[in-house]
Ligand binder design. Structure first.
Ligand code: LM2
Ligand code: CA
Length: 458
């Protein structure tokens, strides 16, 4: 049986997109494990079509199912899994199984193929072979058959109804599971019929955690609800709402939840402020999200995601870019070089969220209480009596006495610096600086000590 959502209290997922295996291994040991991240989602590990490092998207064109990618070889992959497991971090892999490539070429592993012919793996009859059957906006809205049987951006669509194809896909995923992989992000799941995906899932060994990329669109034929019986589903409305609220007035977030038209119930949703596709959308488009370029606004949206009870949150961290197509830093024909968080080429955003990862885990299972907003762009709330957070999304600081719901004591601000002292009546006088957050939780040091005289801090 495939497991459902990770158990409550499990750390968030971090997506280290376009990081090479050596760098993920080091990060698991040095940062992810100590911070309490539950799992790391890595880039597609298959051998892919090579554009020689000029673009990021060649890795979404699988050439064959071997661990010879631009992120490292099989040894590096295995070392990464062992290092992450040693640090208490699970490993999720980006599984591209709906399609192969869009044109003949050579892979990073030196293998030659053409669009409908992958020697030793797939031949023309393993594909829907429908180059004239394109998926356009109209199809998304009303024609589910075309969404699942036509070619997504001209990529050769695998016949996932075929037993042979299902065996090849399941065989690949099972090899990864045997190496220690704990879960799969299923790329383009919306373009695979749920029955086909369920049949592939039935062939999987072990109990990998599945989270499916099914992009919600209003009134469309293919809906996230058709997939929640198979695995958790990516909640795309979440990021759209975060952009709308954090570039507007966050006081409205008081009622945030399924009633806002979210597409996946909280107990089946993977939430994220952005991913590698949405961060690149033109800001004017309604499916665009915030991204690292929004600075503090982006950070505050991530603080909210980790503090509010909805879904399994996934923090996104990758490389910096101006050209939307440009690939990650690489050498020798496109092989991704080690991540350096100090050279400006990588966001390393997840390192800014380590304190909030601890908050997220500490407040698991508690409800929102003690809501406050200033009628504009500052909100504060507690999670039961375990944690309290204030998010100031305006350009001036604010000082007031908040009801935190926490036991008396002095707590470290895990979303920034300084500390908060809570009095015996549960209140604290706190200054929340402009465009920043203050978050404190039980167990978040300094050791809570009852105070005789509550003192204003932060
Ligand atoms: C996904 N999820 O469903 C990925 O998250 C997304 O990043 C992938 O698109 C897509 N589905 C396929 O896995 C990216 C990128 C596309 C790119 C594809 C394949 O956004 O632009 O398409 O990967 O590399 C590229 C060209 C496109 C061309 C296609 C086939 O941009 O113009 O289509 O290759 O040659 C003619
Ligand atoms: Ca398909």
């Amino acid at each position: 049986a495939v497991q459902a959502a990770p158990p409550a209290g499990t750390g968030p997922i971090v997506k280290l997109w376009s990081w090479n295996w050596n760098s993920v291994a080091r990060e698991c040991t040095d940062v992810l494990g100590p911070a309490g991240y539950g799992a790391v989602q890595v880039s597609p590990p298959h051998d892919s079509m090579s554009k020689g490092g000029s673009v990021w998207w060649d890795v979404y064109q699988p050439a064959r199912y071997t661990l010879t990618s631009k992120f490292g070889d099989e040894n590096a992959f295995k070392n990464m899994i062992d290092a992450c497991h040693g640090a208490g971090v699970k490993v999720h892999v980006d599984a591209v199984i709906n399609h192969m490539t869009g044109q003949g070429s050579t892979s990073y592993g030196g293998y030659s193929f053409s669009k409908y012919d992958y020697p030793g793996l797939y031949s023309s009859w393993d594909f829907r072979n429908s180059p004239s059957c394109v998926i356009d906006d109209e199809d998304y809205k009303k024609n589910g058959w075309r969404v699942q049987n036509c070619e997504l951006v001209s990529l050769a669509d695998l016949d996932t109804g075929s037993g042979y194809v299902r065996d090849q896909i399941a065989g690949w995923l099972n090899r990864l599971t045997a190496l220690g992989v704990d879960g799969f992000r299923i790329d383009a799941a919306k373009h695979i019929h749920p029955d086909d995906l369920a049949a592939i899932k039935a062939k999987l060994t072990g109990s990998p955690y599945l989270h499916l990329e099914v992009i919600y669109g209003e009134g469309e034929a293919v809906q996230p609800s058709q997939y929640t019986g198979i695995g958790d589903v990516h909640e795309f409305v979440f990021g759209r709402k975060m952009k709308e609220q954090f570039t507007g007035q966050i006081k409205w977030l008081r009622t945030f939840g399924e009633s806002w038209g979210l597409s996946v119930p909280g107990d089946r949703a993977v939430t994220f402020v952005d991913n590698h596709d949405t961060e690149r959308k033109d800001a004017s488009k309604n499916d665009a999200t915030l991204n690292y370029k929004y600075g503090d606004t982006y950070k505050l949206a991530n603080v909210f995601m980790l503090a509010w009870p909805y879904g399994t949150p996934r923090v996104y961290s990758s490389f910096t870019w101006t050209d939307k197509e440009a690939g990650p830093p690489s050498a020798n024909g496109g092989f991704v070089t080690d991540t350096d968080c100090g050279n400006g080429r990588w966001t390393c955003f997840h390192r800014q969220m380590t304190g909030m990862v601890g908050f997220h885990k500490a407040v698991a299972g508690t409800a929102v209480a003690n809501w406050y907003d200033n009628g504009d762009n500052l909100i504060a709330f507690s999670r039961g009596n375990k944690g309290w957070v204030a998010i100031n999304n305006q350009s001036g600081s604010l000082t007031r006495t908040f009801t935190t719901g926490l036991p008396a004591g002095t707590y470290a601000n895990v979303a920034g610096s300084g500390s908060v002292t809570v009095g015996s009546d549960g209140t604290a006088n706190v200054t929340v600086p402009a465009r920043s957050a203050v978050a404190v939780h039980v167990g978040g040091g300094p050791t809570p000590t009852p105070t005789a005289t509550p003192s204003p801090t932060v």
